[in-house]
Ligand binder design. Structure first.
Ligand SMILES: [Zn+2]
Length: 208
């Protein structure tokens, strides 16, 4: 079951106006699709959003940084003034070039979400060789550089990035090291896809 609580009213730090943030309390992974780029999608999978856009000033927001609003009892915030979650491609590059991104973890998060957002257009697409713009390509290369080779999960994501970028030797090198059992299914699937010559994001498994 998915429970949605009362929306939280928050305040934009840029313009000071109020907006609603949905308050997701739980979801579940029934029917969830696990993709080769690490994204999990499904009818009941609810990720607590981290990135948003103010509905008033359109400023980019880290939702956890936006404070809860202190409202007078008579103040009502229209439910349609919810935050926008639809970051456009230029929002990612703007965020990375501005003080919006201040820590390594924030950079990693924004680059990862940009990669997933671009891959969203290729999930289930017939072409195994999706085209990417130079900025999308550069983002994927920068993200690969940020992932550590000494951590199994990060090394597999790095191998997946190399596969999608058409860097077959680099992907094979990263996949040649043994992974712990939890990563074995991902490693096997990415290895198969590499052999097939696919550069598209693919399904690894689906939860029953
Ligand atoms: Zn604002």
């Amino acid at each position: 079951m998915t429970f949605i609580g009362r929306p939280l009213v928050k305040q934009c730090l840029r313009c000071g106006d109020f907006f609603c943030e949905s308050n997701v309390m739980s979801g579940n992974t029934f029917g969830a699709i696990h993709w080769s780029d690490g994204k999990v999608s499904g009818p009941y999978v609810l990720e607590i959003p981290a990135l948003g856009k103010c509905p008033h000033c359109k400023g980019l927001l880290w939702l956890q940084d936006a404070p809860r609003a202190v409202l007078a009892a008579t103040t009502r915030v229209a439910p349609n003034l919810s935050m926008h979650l639809d970051w456009k491609e230029e929002d990612y590059s703007t965020a990375l070039a501005s003080d919006f991104v201040q820590t390594r973890q924030q950079e990693l998060f924004v680059r990862n979400r940009w990669w997933w957002a671009i891959n969203d257009g290729h999930r289930g697409h017939p072409s195994k060789h999706p085209t990417r713009t130079p900025t999308q390509h550069a983002n994927m290369e920068a993200l690969a550089e940020m992932f550590s080779e000494s951590n199994d999960e990060e090394r597999l994501l790095r191998a997946e990035l190399a596969r999608e970028l058409g860097q077959q030797q680099e992907a094979a090198r990263l996949l040649s090291r043994e992974v712990r059992i939890t990563g074995a299914q991902f490693a096997q699937r990415i290895t198969e896809l590499l052999r097939e010559g696919s550069r598209r994001v693919e399904i690894v498994y689906v939860n029953g």
